[in-house]
Design a protein around this ligand. Structure first.
Ligand code: FES
Ligand code: FES
Length: 173
């Protein structure tokens, strides 16, 4: 099958790759670009293990053709920490709260959590459970994952300072 040249902007880097039009983004990330943090569980859109962000929106990359991402901004789990040094607060919370066992679901879980917190910085427990309902975990029983997202939410909000929603403004002299 003829290949198509595409450009993917992933975690701040730009990649030019030639791919068959039938290949999924998950396959290209893992097999062509060695970004193996993205996991393939079911391959049919049911487990969420392959979740990445495309232009800020969470997408199951096993159902997305790589050619559809031509020119788009993609975030995988490898891009969440600052150039691989410091863990993102969501990653940190997953480690501290024991929200990881085998870890297979973890990259997708964390990216779904990031998508939630980017849109809703102070979610309720129910909102977290709803946001992660497309991500399956066979190990943890979910409770620690939900707790980790709540802890991460608090930390991110502390780092970002008072939100506009709280009505806080810096007073001028
Ligand atoms: S591997 Fe994509 S949803 Fe399961
Ligand atoms: S930690 Fe094993 S599947 Fe979630």
């Amino acid at each position: 099958m003829a290949k198509v040249n595409i450009t993917l902007h992933i975690n701040g880097d730009t990649y030019s790759v030639a791919v068959e039009p039938c290949r999924t983004l998950a396959e290209v990330l893992r097999e062509d670009l060695n970004l193996i943090g993205t996991k393939i569980g079911c391959g049919t859109g049911d487990c969420g293990a392959c979740t990445v962000l495309i232009d800020g929106k969470s997408v199951t990359s096993c159902l997305s053709l790589a050619v559809e991402s031509d020119g788009k901004e993609i975030t995988t789990i490898e891009g969440l920490s600052t150039k691989g040094d410091t863990l993102h607060p969501i990653q940190e919370a997953f480690v501290k709260e024991g929200a990881i066992q085998c870890g297979y679901c973890t990259p997708g879980m964390i990216l779904s959590a990031k998508y939630l917190l980017d849109r809703n910085p102070e979610p309720t427990e129910l909102e977290i459970r709803q946001a992660l309902s497309g991500n399956l975990c066979r190990c943890t029983g979910y409770h620690r994952i939900v707790k980790a997202v709540m802890v991460a939410s608090k930390k991110i909000n502390q780092q970002n300072g008072p939100s506009k929603a709280s009505g806080s403004n810096e007073e001028s002299d």
